[in-house]
Design a protein around this ligand. Structure first.
Ligand SMILES: Cc1cc2nc3c(=O)[nH]c(=O)nc-3n(C[C@H](O)[C@H](O)[C@H](O)COP(=O)(O)OP(=O)(O)OC[C@H]3O[C@@H](n4cnc5c(N)ncnc54)[C@H](O)[C@@H]3O)c2cc1C
Length: 344
């Protein structure tokens, strides 16, 4: 009989963020698969009362909380202490947590303290002959592995975007407070602020409904024999501002800057998708002026509905990997799309 602990930290406003609600869905799925298992919720933060009520109808048998100002800050010592206390108080054999930077940093250490094991980047769960089986991807998302373990407690860090966020009614529930004895040194490290590495316009939006992928074609010579990088930049930015889509790019396009060629100034390597870039999860994807295997095969791996605009009807990867390929000039297409968006 497994005891499943859903571990989450509350936000500064006392709410639970989407990754926590997605992990709750994962924990409920695991309970569904494992007959006789029970679900316990364990929250930490300055004040967990509102969050506990908010997910009160999730079907957990117990709601545990570690509260206090020291647990508001993202910090290894206090986050690890809270997670350890919640895991011990719940008697958890399975600990499910969202792969936030806070939990990703401290949970391997907590698993070690409890003589458990941890697996990260978990994307799904199922049962095989009554045993929990979880999935994750290796080799830049090219191979999927199914994992089982006998060691307990087993910590699972759930990748974001793989489960629907749990949504249910708010119900008052009894909160069991879990006390944590913090040594003075635990609060020595202070959190100051977040510093984002990217300067200029923010174009990466993990929660966007659409991933807009740009390829090197945007800066190549066009049928009139000239490049039109400035117009390309204006069309792309206009589209992104109007749709709030997230911007992905092929490696060739982000590399061009280093080669002294015409570039799109708002792109950085953080935008790159593919084998040596990211594999984001969006419901829809639109690739433009892009030919490469890596952006289409690996970068798009988790995109549900995929379309591409390419001048070349024989572009093998766009043809092979897009659900719909528009054989057209992306400049003309995006000009028209922006006009239609402006017209509402
Ligand atoms: C080890 C390794 C790892 C790699 N990792 C990655 C990775 O992570 N991500 C990645 O992206 N690449 C990666 N690459 C590079 C990859 O193989 C391709 O070279 C690259 O993706 C090609 O980029 P592209 O499609 O933007 O450019 P191109 O191949 O130059 O394609 C440009 C396309 O634009 C089209 N086009 C031009 N003008 C227009 C227009 N007006 N309208 C419509 N279409 C137009 C052309 O028809 C053409 O198909 C990797 C390569 C190696 C060897």
């Amino acid at each position: 009989m497994e005891t499943i602990l859903l571990l989450a930290h509350v936000e500064a406003d006392g709410s639970l963020a989407k990754p926590a609600l997605e992990a709750l869905t994962a924990a409920r799925t695991i309970r569904h698969y494992l007959a006789g298992s029970s679900l316990v919720v364990g929250l930490s933060g300055a004040d967990v009362g509102d969050a506990v009520r908010w997910i009160g109808s999730c079907g957990a048998a117990r709601f545990l909380g570690v509260s206090g100002p020291a647990f508001a800050e993202p910090r290894y010592a206090t986050d690890a202490a809270a997670a350890e206390a919640l895991a011990r108080a719940s008697g958890a054999t399975l600990v499910i947590a969202p792969a936030t930077s806070r939990w990703s940093r401290c949970l391997p250490g907590v698993a070690q303290r409890l003589n458990g094991r941890i697996d990260t980047h978990i994307t799904g769960a199922m049962a095989t002959e009554g045993q929990l089986t979880v999935s994750r991807w290796y080799y830049r998302q090219r191979m999927e592995a199914l994992l089982q373990r006998t060691q307990r407690p087993w910590f699972l860090a759930i990748d974001m975007g793989c489960h629907e966020p749990w949504a249910g009614g708010s119900v008052p529930v009894a909160l069991e407070s879990v006390a944590v004895d913090l040594p003075e040194s635990a609060t020595r490290t202070r959190f100051l602020d977040f510093r984002a590495p990217q300067a200029g316009e923010q174009t990466i939006r993990p929660d966007a409904g659409l991933l807009f992928v740009t390829g090197a074609g945007w800066t190549k010579k066009q049928p009139d024999g000239k490049t039109h990088a400035e117009e390309a930049a204006a069309l792309i930015l206009d589209f992104l501002r109007k749709t709030q889509a997230s911007l992905g790019s092929s490696k060739s396009l982000v590399d061009l800057g280093g080669e002294g060629q015409a570039v799109l100034p708002f792109l950085s390597h953080l935008n790159q998708v593919g084998q040596t870039g990211s594999t984001p999860r969006h419901p829809k994807g639109l690739a433009t002026c892009c030919h490469g295997e890596e952006p289409h095969v690996v970068g798009w791996r988790f995109i549900t509905e995929r379309r591409a605009v390419n001048l070349d009807p024989n572009c093998g990867w766009a043809r092979g990997k897009a659900d719909v390929l528009y054989v057209a000039d992306a400049f003309e297409v995006m000009r028209k799309v922006n006009e239609m968006l402006a017209a509402g």
